[in-house]
Ligand binder design. Structure first.
Ligand SMILES: C[S@@+](CC[C@H](N)C(=O)[O-])C[C@H]1O[C@@H](n2cnc3c(N)ncnc32)[C@H](O)[C@@H]1O
Length: 383
C-alpha cells in the first residue's frame, strides 16, 4: 500500500467525494481541513493528479512521525538526494500555522549545513510553495509537505501539482464559448466524471459547449455528448477538434443533436452532466419568476429520468442540478424533483466516506457565495 497525501481544493467535500469514488480500493486514514490521507494500492504521479479536479497537490508519504522530530526526517530525505551540487527544495505545511515555516526552514538549513549538504530553500518568503514555484524546480528540486493532526505528523514528497495554466487554456482558450448558457469549469467537469466511478464510456446528455466531453477525453474516456440545440453541438465539435492536437487527445468522441428526454440506442457505462440551470449564476432571483423556472426544470429532469427508466438504464447517473439563493440568503433546492426521481426507483448513492462526519452524504454543493444559482451534485443508481 502507498500512503498518499492529497492537498484539497476549495470545495473540500467535493474533493473528498472525488477521491472516494475514483479510488474505491483506497482507504481513508485521516481527513483534515484542506488535506486527506489515503492508503492506495498504486503510487500516484502527475498524470493521476491531472485527472483530479478537486486536488491541488498529490504526495507520497515518506514517514509518519509521532511526537518525533520532523526536521530530522526532512534532513535525511534531503541527504539522500545529495550529489554534491546545491539541492533546491521547498517545504509546505498543512494543519500547522504557516508562521511555523520560518523556524522549520531555518532549523533545517542549519542541520543541512552541519552535514555539509549544499542546499537552498525556494520559499524564502516563508509561505507554502505555489504552483509556479513548484514548476520552477520540477525535475531538479523537490517539495516536501508536513501535515499535522493531533500528535501525528506526516512528511510527504510532492509527486504532482495542479497545472493552473492548462486549466485556464481549456476554459478560456477554446473557440466556442456561450456565456448565456454558463459554462462548466473544467475542474468540476473532472469531478463529475470521477464521481461516476467508472472507467468506460461516459455520456453527457446536456453537453452544451462540450466542456465535460473535453475533460473526459483528456482523462482517456470514450465520450458521447448530446444537446437539444444543434448549434451547441456544432460548437462542442469545434472545441473538441481544437483540443485534440492542442492536448494530444486520442480517445473517441461522438457528438450529436438529441433531446435528452427521448429514447436512443447509444451505449455507455455512466452518465455525467450539468443539466440546464434555468438562469445565469449571477442573475438576482425574482420569487415570482423562480416558481415558473423551477416547474419547467422539474418537468425536464423528470422526463429525462422517466426516459432513462424506460431504457432500463442501470448505470450511475452523476448530475449537477441547480439550487437557488435568495436575496435573504435562503437556499432553495429542487426537493420535489428529487423526490419524483427517487419515486421512479433511482436511489441517491453516498458520495462521502464514513471518516468524514458529514450531515448529508447524498448531495454536495458547488457555488461561489456571490452566485444566486449554485450547483448541487447527486449520484443516482436505478434500484
Ligand atoms: C447548463 S448547459 C450545459 C453547459 C455545458 N456543461 C457546458 O459547459 O457548455 C445545459 C444544456 O442543456 C441543454 N438542454 C436543455 N434541454 C435539453 C434537452 N431536453 N435535451 C438535451 N439538452 C437540453 C441546453 O441546450 C444547454 O446546452
Amino acid at each position: 500500500m502507498h500512503s498518499t497525501l492529497f492537498i484539497l481544493g476549495t470545495h473540500r467535500t467535493l474533493s473528498v467525494a472525488e477521491l472516494f469514488l475514483r479510488y474505491p480500493k483506497g482507504k481513508f486514514i485521516a481527513v483534515g481541513q484542506d488535506w486527506a490521507l489515503m492508503d492506495l494500492p498504486i503510487e500516484l504521479g502527475q498524470k493521476d493528479l491531472d485527472a483530479l479536479g478537486g486536488t491541488i497537490k498529490v504526495a507520497t508519504v515518506l514517514e509518519e512521525v509521532t511526537g518525533g522530530n520532523v526536521n530530522n526526517v526532512l534532513a535525511s530525505a534531503l541527504a539522500q538526494r545529495d550529489t554534491g551540487t546545491k539541492i533546491e527544495y521547498g517545504v509546505s505545511v498543512y494543519g500547522i500555522a504557516e508562521r511555523q515555516l520560518r523556524p522549520l526552514l531555518i532549523g533545517l538549513k542549519k542541520t543541512l549545513q552541519k552535514s555539509e549538504i549544499k542546499s537552498r530553500f525556494i520559499n524564502n518568503n516563508f509561505q507554502n510553495i505555489t504552483a509556479a514555484q513548484y514548476k520552477s524546480i520540477r525535475g531538479k528540486g523537490v517539495e516536501y509537505l508536513v501535515v499535522k493532526e493531533g500528535a501525528r505528523h506526516w512528511v510527504a514528497e510532492t509527486m504532482g501539482m495542479q497545472d493552473i495554466d492548462a486549466y485556464s487554456k481549456r476554459d478560456y482558450g477554446k473557440p466556442f464559448r456561450d456565456m448565456k448558457m454558463g459554462m462548466l469549469p473544467p475542474k468540476l467537469a473532472q469531478i463529475l466524471i470521477n464521481l461516476t466511478g467508472v472507467s468506460g464510456t461516459i455520456w453527457d446528455p446536456f453537453c452544451g459547449s462540450g466542456a465535460l466531453v473535453m475533460e473526459g477525453l483528456l482523462m482517456g474516456h470514450p465520450m458521447i455528448g448530446s444537446d437539444i440545440h444543434a448549434e451547441r453541438v456544432e460548437g462542442a465539435k469545434k472545441n473538441i477538434e481544437w483540443a485534440r492536437p492542442e492536448f494530444g487527445i486520442k480517445a473517441k468522441a461522438e457528438l450529436l443533436a438529441h433531446d435528452a428526454t427521448k429514447s436512443h440506442t447509444l451505449s455507455f457505462d455512466a452518465i455525467a452532466a450539468e443539466a440546464d440551470l434555468g438562469m445565469p449564476h449571477s442573475q438576482q432571483i425574482r420569487p415570482d419568476i423562480l416558481n415558473k423556472i423551477m416547474s419547467d426544470l422539474d418537468q425536464l429532469y423528470l422526463r429525462f429520468f422517466q426516459n432513462l427508466k424506460a431504457m432500463r438504464c442501470d448505470k450511475p447517473v452523476v448530475i449537477a442540478l441547480p439550487f437557488f439563493r435568495h436575496a435573504d440568503g435562503r437556499e432553495q433546492f429542487m426537493e420535489k424533483t428529487l423526490r419524483s426521481i427517487e419515486d421512479l426507483g433511482f436511489k441517491r448513492t453516498p458520495l462521502l466516506p464514513d471518516i468524514l462526519k458529514a450531515e448529508d452524504r447524498l448531495s454536495l454543493r458547488y457555488s461561489r457565495p456571490d452566485q444566486s444559482v449554485g450547483r448541487a451534485v447527486y449520484r443516482f443508481l436505478l434500484s
